[in-house]
Design a protein around this ligand. Structure first.
Ligand code: SAM
Length: 155
């Protein structure tokens, strides 16, 4: 893991981890094995990527094929987690970590709204991702707007 500090960046000593009992529910297969080739944000016309869902979670895909767009949450597992101020390569100044969508964050969760092309058994075929091959999958949710008719309004 890269531990280089760029000008103006601030790293901290990480506090002890609390166990969230996170369970990875799958693995994402993309064409990118090197960060320099990986897009900064996915695009709907990006390449097809395959989102493999592990057992026992495959049954949880029931009904997902009704949605054209789904939201994926994934664990950017090759990120450092100790920077509170960052100096991104594409910027001429520093930014607080929570003002960025950088993979470097205390809990390196990435999110993307992706175009669901099709479901093949335990695999979603999607476009719009921006993660390295082998990135662990944390969650799948139907697109926010598309979900509205399914969830009745509160109160
Ligand atoms: N779309 C997500 C978001 O906004 O939350 C992630 C955006 S982040 C800027 C995407 C970048 O994270 C990629 O360009 C790559 O440099 C890096 N990245 C992708 N997969 C990673 C992984 N598994 N571990 C660490 N860094 C990763």
């Amino acid at each position: 893991m890269d531990s280089t500090i760029r000008q103006g960046e601030i790293s901290v000593d990480l506090p002890p981890a609390e166990d969230a009992w996170l369970r990875f529910i799958g693995r994402i297969h993309t064409p990118w094995t090197d960060r320099k080739d990986c897009p900064r944000q996915g695009r709907p016309d990006g390449p097809e990527c395959r989102v493999e869902v592990f057992e026992p979670w495959v049954a949880a895909l029931q009904g997902l094929d009704a949605f054209a767009t789904v939201e994926l949450l994934y664990w950017l597992d090759r990120s450092r987690r100790d920077l509170v101020v960052q100096n991104p390569a594409h910027s001429d100044k520093t930014h607080g970590t929570f003002a960025l969508r950088s993979p470097v964050r205390p809990n390196p969760i990435g999110t993307s709204r992706v175009k669901l092309e099709r479901i093949e058994g335990n695999t979603l075929v999607v476009r719009g991702l921006d993660c390295l091959d082998g990135t662990p999958l944390v969650d799948i949710k139907p697109d926010r707007c598309a979900y509205t008719p399914v969830a009745p309004p509160k109160g």
